[in-house]
Design a protein. Sequence first.
Length: 394
Amino acid sequence: MITRSSVLQWRSVAAVSVACLGLAACTTAGADGGSDPASGPPESRAVINVPSAKDRALAPTRPLVVKAEQGVLTDVVVSDDRGRKISGDFSSRRSVWRSDESPLQYDSRYDVTARAADSDGVATQTKTWVRTVEPKRVAYTGLSPYGETVVGVGMPVIMTFDQPVQRKAAVEKNLSVATKPAAVGGWYWVNDQMVRWRPKEYWKPGTDVTVRSRLEGVNLGDGVWGDDNDLARFSVGDSTISTVNIGTSTMAVEQNGNVVRKIPVTTGKPGWETRIGTKVIISKQRQVVMDAATIDVDKSDPEYYRLDVEYAMRLTWSGEYVHAAPWSVESQGVENVSHGCTGMSTEDASWFYNLAKPGDIVNYVNGSRAMEPWNGYTDWNISWQQWKKGSALS
């Protein structure tokens, strides 16, 4: 039986329960509207990205880049596998950090610790690492002329590689030739292991030349990477251009446009004709032993010779020289009796030797034997239009 007192008691309990429920609903989220302490600290919206970490094979010439999305970078520390820190710079808004050390080392690990914060100041951190590529082979280079030397007006710039180059355009982009006064010129690939630069016209006397290569860390293709930066400086001396007329056995020597001497010479006899074309003095030797065995002449052959020669100036890789030939003075200016070299009296050879320098031009005319490509510094036998086509950037 429900009495009046029971009803009043039930209503009192219900009222207290409703009041308690209402109080609980107001205080669940906390008085300051924050998150439940039991759920942990807030998560940063900032995201740190190290793009080069994806493939773990960074090209040494590429900067190591750290980026922050929806936030800013507060700190970036990069160190190599010896613990040395790598320097770098932040962008103006601190959304990007780039290393400024280039190139990085091959096959090296770089540890990256980066911190960022979102617009509310909530921080985040990432730790990762990247590794630079491990070359299958590295290519070393040789650059000439070098040693602050003085050269003739026909001297080309020559860069050689000890490994084949497939990405020739990448190489050319990292080569430079600066001249004072300015000269128009270009590179020409002789083959996969040699590239040459020459001006459109002969060098102007007095020109200063600086050649730079920045190939360290550059991908040359087929697993070959560059491992050299190089620098060469040289200057151009007086213009010495000689012309050898094979038909008349004479050589006219011009310096700075003026003929300074005409010399009787002898060149190659029938079967040993001297090549025609524009040649460049490659090197000078005060004395040299010339042995016909080096051009495949057997010692039993009547044409075999072995001679001690003075004042020798090399013109071709196959063995043509300008040199003293006292044994043929009677034939000089009269007939051609040599095995391809240009011989003259010791007096004339000494004079010419003291005047000439590597890079000087010696033109051969009025003959029948053609010059083989690249048998010496034969760059000037190629037209400028054809030369430009030899560039990988043409």
